[in-house]
Write a protein that binds this ligand. Structure first.
Ligand code: GRF
Length: 199
């Protein structure tokens, strides 16, 4: 495979695993590294089982040092994929990889995005507002939370009896289906059309 990506994740890493499995099965790209800002994140266990190199880094490594930046330069990935990564990337990384960093957010941005809006907080807010639909957004990353250009969105219903957990489960299914496929399209330069949104 001539292309490879780097993943950043802070938590469980179910998206990272779905991406790894899809890319390998479809012979699209390798994952050269999974980076985490939490040494106890379950994604690091998954990396081990998937035989993917991983690296823990601290706040200092990311913001006050060039450890993370230099490692990314050395990896030279076609795409940097944020999958449940909870910190902002510093400008030196964002400007070094223009249009090569993507994120997934568990709502239909710009709704329910921004600082502090992550994980079950998003789903709690969607339910509290009485929304009839929610969904996922895959977007480019800039120096502000959840504000980069939108690449793709997919929707799902919110039911009257939904809990944050049941909604999260439906959203995760959408994420696991779409994130690998959108990454594949970005890597192969395939146009992402409105039709992708309706399936
Ligand atoms: C996902 O819901 C994603 O949208 C958000 O964080 C969650 C990560 O889940 N950014 P996982 O760690 O991949 O299971």
């Amino acid at each position: 495979m001539d292309q490879h990506i780097v993943i950043f994740a802070s938590g469980s890493g179910s998206n990272s695993e779905a991406i790894a499995e899809y890319l390998q099965k479809h012979n699209v790209a390798g994952i050269s590294l999974i980076m985490s800002n939490r040494h106890d994140a379950y994604v690091l266990e998954r990396a081990k089982s998937l035989n993917i190199p991983s690296l823990y880094f601290s706040r200092t490594d990311l913001y006050n040092d060039v450890l993370v930046l230099n490692r990314l330069i050395r990896e030279n990935p076609s795409l940097i994929v944020l999958a449940g990564f909870l910190w902002l990337l510093p400008v030196n990384i964002i400007s070094k990889f223009p249009d090569r960093i993507v994120n997934i957010h568990p709502s239909l941005l710009p709704a329910f995005g921004g600082k502090g809006m992550y994980g079950s907080k998003v789903h709690e807010a969607v339910i509290a507002m009485g929304c009839e639909e929610s969904g996922i957004t895959i977007h480019y990353v800039n120096e502000r939370y959840d504000e980069g250009d939108i690449i793709f969105q997919a929707r799902c219903e919110v039911f009257d009896d939904d809990t944050p957990e049941s909604l999260a489960q439906r959203i995760h299914q959408l994420e696991h289906f779409w994130y690998p496929r959108i990454i594949e399209k970005l890597l192969t330069g395939t146009k992402i059309t409105d039709q992708d949104n309706t399936s």
